[in-house]
Design a binder for this molecule. Structure first.
Ligand code: PMP
Length: 460
């Protein structure tokens, strides 16, 4: 691309360090400048319009032009643009949002702690696991088990929970006390002849072995996304969570459900925990909580955790944790309005109604020569691209197959992101049936072009 002096493009290269971007490649390619949004579409500075196939970053559930959210933010800005919630201060929108979340929770929860991002909420959850065990006089019970290919964020604690090499390498992570057990992706890790249920049993046995090897008295918590999204849309095999939760119960290990992507309708249930029968002690939420119109996250805790916090405060005083913007009035007002819209428009029902069309179109692409496995649930899905469908041989990371597919998708008017070798879809929840067909028609053309390119360059 030609980059003009003093253009947004050239100033971007000059001044911005981009998250999750190849810094060297970016200096050559320059940015894609997005100027506005319209329903499920975004428009770039050259006027090209794209379907946002990943809902931004799995978050823009109501698309990019929901006036009611703009109005909610404006109203709140005029009334009370900021106040904090330290030292017992509060304001009505934060209270109302907390109340609403407790009502919506799939399991009995007691209190809500607000933060600004999924990473911060997971960080808070991890600190509360430690705080809780100190409070109840079990200071040894501090190790935390997450899973390989999990995604829980990028702060030092949450990146440690994340189970992806790119988030650890060169950052000196994970920190001590964080362990990673098996990833429940049957397609990749199931053994020949093994059923999905047998694979689930093997995963649960392996978790138990880890707990026993470390000493159950040292294991405090298990973190899980109900469906692992960023690691490659990994749908747990049947009976997996039943078996995992039996082990957690047996060794008195807390369960934290990271609902940052699954929460608020993505899987056709309000929370992913409902889809898979999770009974968590804490629930982490962000993204679709505010339809991404404001940065906000929340951590719900049950009464077991809360009463320990109260008891500890009686001994040591103030609970020493909180963010300046915990429960920010504008963010909570927008989140509250988002939840109202979900209810009024029955967004969860809408997802349930159109998910079969989405999943059918996704699964049909399983026949494509580049696709080893098509999988998903509700309005999220992925195509795992492989070099050989029979042997499941993957492409080399340096082949950049999914990155290339993403670029082709962009040419055909679809934005998505490469997640390893996964070509993934997670559109705004408001997508219509006709738009789902458009999304997959365009993506099929992108895959066909990627296949032609892979053959021409000898990758396939
Ligand atoms: N948890 C999950 C399941 C996520 O998908 C993400 C972000 N993709 C996070 C946590 C981290 O959220 P944030 O980027 O807001 O810190």
């Amino acid at each position: 691309m030609t980059i003009l002096l003093n253009s947004v493009e050239s100033r971007d290269a000059a001044f911005v360090l981009h998250p999750y971007t190849n810094a060297s490649q970016h200096l050559k390619d320059g940015p894609l400048v997005i100027t506005r949004g319209e329903g499920i579409h975004i428009v770039d500075s050259e006027g090209n319009k794209y379907i946002e196939g990943l809902g931004g970053l799995f978050c823009a559930s109501l698309g990019f032009s929901e006036q009611r959210l703009v109005d909610a933010a404006t109203r709140q800005m005029k009334e009370l643009p900021f106040y904090h919630s330290f030292g017992g201060k509060t304001h009505e929108t934060a209270v109302e949002l907390a109340e609403r979340l407790i009502q919506l929770s799939p399991v009995a929860m007691s209190k809500v702690f607000f933060a600004n991002s999924g990473s911060e909420a997971n960080d808070t959850a991890m600190k509360l696991v430690w705080y809780y065990h100190n409070a109840i006089g079990m200071p040894e019970k501090k190790k935390i088990i997450s899973r390989m290919r999990a995604y829980h964020g990028v702060t030092i604690a949450s990146a440690s929970l994340t189970g992806l090499p790119n988030n650890h390498r060169d950052f000196d992570l994970p920190i001590d006390r964080v362990l990673h057990t098996d990833c429940p992706e049957f397609y990749r890790y199931g053994r020949p002849g093994e059923t999905e249920e047998e694979f689930a049993t093997r995963c649960a046995n392996s978790l138990e072995q880890m707990i026993l090897a470390e000493g159950p008295e040292t294991i405090g918590a298990f973190f899980a996304e109900p469906l692992m999204a960023s690691g490659g849309c990994i749908v747990p095999p049947p009976t997996y969570y039943e078996k995992i939760q039996a082990i957690l119960k047996k060794y008195d290990v807390l369960l934290i459900a990271d609902e940052v992507i699954c929460g608020f309708g993505r899987l056709g249930t309000m929370f992913g925990s409902e889809s898979f029968g999770l009974q968590p002690d804490m629930i982490v939420m962000a993204k679709q909580l505010s339809a991404a119109y404001q940065p906000i996250s929340a951590l719900m805790i049950n009464e077991k955790i809360h009463s320990a916090v109260v008891a500890e405060s009686e001994k040591i005083g103030t609970f020493g944790h909180g963010f300046t913007y915990s429960g920010h009035p504008v963010a909570t007002a927008v989140a509250l309005e988002t939840l109202k819209i979900y209810e009024e428009r029955d967004i969860v029902g809408h997802v349930r109604n159109i998910a079969p069309v989405f999943q059918r179109r996704l699964n049909e692409l399983g026949d494509h020569p580049l696709v080893g496995n098509a999988r998903g649930r509700g309005l999220i899905g992925t195509l795992e691209l492989v070099r050989n469908k029979e042997t499941k041989e993957p492409f080399k990371p340096t082949d950049g197959i999914a990155i290339h597919a993403g670029k082709q998708a962009q040419v055909h008017g679809v934005i998505t992101r490469a997640l390893g070798d996964n070509f993934s879809f997670c559109p705004p929840l408001i997508i219509t049936e006709a738009e789902i067909h458009e999304l997959f028609d365009r993506s099929t053309r992108a895959l066909d072009d990627t296949y032609t390119w892979a053959r021409a360059t000898g990758l396939y």
